[in-house]
Design a binder for this molecule. Structure first.
Ligand code: GLU
Length: 320
């Protein structure tokens, strides 16, 4: 499905398209931030390609960040494999990749900043307890659904040691931002998300905190990523505001789905891009480009030549 024609996410209100570079006056810095749960497949390759093309089309800098903050979910060796796959596909990065597992001091510092301004509280609710409270309130819960935290521990003064830590949202917390393709998005964090977790009971920092801190410290101006993360963006903007960070420009790309309409992932048994076979690399790159709304022309010369053509195409499609 092309970027131009896809339907909007029904959870969000759609508005008008914004200009490229909307709200950002710093030199372009983009990033691809894979979680190393497995090798790249067509879906993650399409995200990497979209983010790389956008950076190159802007004459910007492109970084790779390995998001292994959730260490138990990381597959051994997947980080190296992803980097090899990116290189085999000609998607070269401009600065040394970073690993979130080595950056916990930065997340701790940000957390302490939030504790100082009284935006954090300890929470001892288990998922089961939260489900019970919500069920009593008449909320229907589907399996694996993200739960809107009903605020049980907000006033309980639970210790912040050895417990999950949640952000305390202000009473009014409606966040709006403009996605470059999907237009204006608005989410009410209180009614659609609730106080969310920044550090889990096992001590691991969550994606929400780590991604915001890293995007800030790496001076990322443009985030180009999959549409599955659209509903996380308001949370991240709220955190940026609490921490005094600038908000980057956002573009959420359409997801690649399988015949059953499911997002390609390790769970849905997506096939890895096989870099031992030139054919697999070329075929996956062409399909990824086509998925992003670019022409499906085969790679006849070098991958670099083909990528240069795609950069031009991306510029024509997005800048004119
Ligand atoms: N690590 C996330 C993922 O692989 C992406 C995070 C992001 O781009 O913000 O889904």
């Amino acid at each position: 499905m092309s970027l131009m024609t896809r339907p909007s996410n029904p959870q969000f209100n759609q508005g008008t398209r914004s200009e490229i570079g909307h709200g950002v006056d710093r030199p372009y810095r983009g990033r691809f931030a894979p979680s190393p749960t497995g090798p790249l497949h067509l879906g993650s390759l399409a995200t990497a390609l979209g983010s790389w093309l956008d950076a190159r089309a802007h004459g910007g800098t492109w970084l790779v960040r390995i998001e292994d903050v959730d260490t138990p979910r990381s597959a051994p060796g997947a980080d190296r494999l992803i980097l090899d796959q990116l290189q085999a596909c000609g998607l070269e990065w401009d600065e040394a990749p970073v690993w979130q597992s080595q950056r916990t001091t930065h997340y701790q510092n940000a957390l302490e900043q939030l504790i100082t301004i009284d935006r954090i509280y300890g929470c001892q609710c288990s998922r089961k307890q939260i489900e019970e409270v919500l069920q009593k309130e008449g909320v229907l819960i589907k399996p694996n659904q993200e739960l809107i935290y009903p605020g049980v521990c907000r006033e309980r003064k639970v210790s912040i040691e050895n417990h999950a830590l949640r952000i305390r949202l202000p009473h009014e917390c409606q966040i709006s931002f403009t996605d470059r393709d999907l237009g204006k998005q608005t989410q009410d964090l209180n009614t659609q998300v609730g106080d969310f977790v920044l550090r889990r009971a096992d001590g691991l920092f969550t994606y929400q905190l780590a991604v915001v801190v890293d995007d800030h410290l790496q001076a990322i101006t443009h985030i180009v990523r999959g549409e599955d993360l659209l509903s996380n963006t308001s949370r991240q903007i709220h955190l940026q505001q609490c921490l005094g960070y600038q908000t980057p420009n956002y573009l959420h790309l359409p997801l690649v789905t399988n015949d059953a309409g499911e997002k390609l992932s390790k769970q849905t048994k997506a096939t890895a891009v096989d870099i031992t076979r030139t054919e697999s690399i070329r075929e996956n790159l062409c399909r990824a480009a086509n998925h992003l709304g670019l022409q499906n022309d085969p790679i006849s010369g070098s991958i670099t030549q083909w990528l240069n053509r795609k950069v031009q195409e991306w510029q024509e499609r997005h800048f004119m």
